[in-house]
Design a protein around this ligand. Sequence first.
Ligand code: DAT
Ligand code: MG
Length: 147
Amino acid sequence: MLIKPDAIQRGLAGEIISRIEKRGLKIVATRMLQMDAALAQRHYAIHKDRIFFHELVSFITSSPVIAIVFQGKNAIEIIRQTMGDTDPAKAKPGTIRGDFGLDIGHNVIHGSDSVESALKEIDLFFTPKEIFDYQRDIDKWITGEDF
Ligand code: DAT
Ligand code: MG
């Protein structure tokens, strides 16, 4: 996931991380960076023909972001559900976008939409050495299993 420039500027980074962390997912990598246009274009390549593409690239490169890799059971679905609808106007209260957004172009968080896109996106932001493989004793209380 990415904590987008608007969220960092608004001081929402901790709140966003906390909501996902509290669901039980484990942080395995983090990095703060200011994305350049080349990285933004690769990250959002799937949207390159959309009319909002230029605006999207310009927004995501406007100020630093925090990239985080979360690991855990059903991580993609859990994060997408915790984020809420892409358009904050449609996102349910209680979701991150539903609680902290107003505008589709300033929706505070990015989350990968599939395991396949997560693997591609992780590769854009992290080297294998920056991703930690470690055990938490608490995981057996969250999922009933070790992973
Ligand atoms: P999501 O971020 O929920 O995966 P997406 O992949 O469809 O949504 O779009 C990527 C981002 O592009 C989204 O977070 C905000 C922006 N965006 C999407 N649809 C838009 C639109 N109709 N107008 C402006 N920005 C839009
Ligand atoms: Mg998407």
